[in-house]
Design a protein. Sequence first.
Lengths: 278, 235
Amino acid sequence: MFGKSFLKSAIAVAAASALLAGAAQAETSIIVQSTTSTANSGLYDHLLPRFEQHSGIKVHVVAVGTGQAIGNARNCDGDVLLVHAKPAEEKFVAEGYGVKRSDLMYNDFIIVGPPADPARVGGMKDAAAALRKIADARATFASRGDNSGTHKKEVRLWKASGADPNSASGKWYRETGSGMGATLNAGVGMGAYVMTDRATWIGFANKGDFKILVEGDVNLFNQYGVILVSPAKCPSVKARSGQKFIDWLLGAEGQKAIGGYTLGGKQLFFPNAGKGPS
Amino acid sequence: MHDFGAAFGLAFGLVFAADADLLEIIALSLRVSLSALVISCLAGLPLGALVGMSRFRGRSAIVIFLNALMGLPPVVVGLCVYLMLSRAGPLGWMALLYTPGAMIIAQSILITPIVAALSRQVIEDLHNEYAEQFRSLCVPAPTAAGALLWDARYSLLTVALAGFGRAIAEVGAVIIVGGNIDHLTRVMTTAIALETSKGDLALALALGIVLLVLALGVNAAVMGLRMSAARNAYA
């Protein structure tokens, strides 16, 4: 009896603090389920104050890998989805979870590696051929292995290369199962090649002596898309505020803000709403 | 390993500049973990006392179970709380996911078994000493439990500190249910994880040092409280 009444009051306290926390959340706020590169590179710190001033809507960003972001959005735990894996995004919309997918901006993927470059891929343009050489040389390669947008792209490139890295998983092919930054930390730590998006790489502070070795292939194109989570599937979605954010991003002001963001003098994202290659 | 040197410099810089973002993160860390501690003590101490005092069939199974739960992996707790609080989950209507409330719930679940299991041991040892006297005086169980909890208060303070230590240091649960949202659910540990993923190892380590100092401060404050209370008791 003694224990029970205490348990009850504990539950009451938990519920009360929970309610307080819930009430503190303003009505005019939205949750964006996002890929990590846009957050880690500081793009949101550049964009969101501008949008918040323009609209009065507070934007809360949950930055996880594209795979997890889509999964969270499927559970209705977000109002807007901003990721970079077009086939998965189109599937998300086709299944009715998203209202409409729009191209937002692009940059590109690169392959970075140690200056010793054991597989001799430095200066190559053809990403699939470079991966083939890495596989032939059994040079260590660190993969995200987390179903993220970057990982999905990497898997497609491996398929095009004709090599089968999965048979070497745990040997020269190492799947970290972690985010881009953690995989870069691991790659730099063990002298492994890593495929990364350029924005994360430019903003990454632990580069060691690693260099960009492969870049410039059209297959390394990295398109970001933005989707409003469907209010029909998820009644909790703040559709009006979410759509306002998307309209702003795709409009002249948002596109200009995206293009104007630089880090170390370099532009990280190139706006292409309404004119991206499809 | 110049990162270590740089980290200490950065940590001092951060603390002395009283960086507004850092203070906000520290305040939220303390708010979340202290709330979780209060809740887990309200639930865990009576539970520990109950199990510690009573004799019944299947008691050792419960003791083993409680002890095993001390090893709950934070990421599993986070995942379960996420599934419960997700809009698609049974408690989704409460709109708690990605709020400090969700983080408090996750940490409470994580540390209640620690408080319960450790206090069970403390109370049981003390109860073995007191049992005969309680019986001879026909003390009712709730009064006996209250007396045991009071007499063991200093040991239980250490139990609470163990729970607090676990809560303030974990990252696996709060990063899933809180989402590490800037100015809303970012705490010390998720900030450290974020800076590590940005490759800013010196800043990550600096935040780690600040977290350690924070834990030191809380422990020192509790110890000071205890010492002055003990002095007053004998004065």
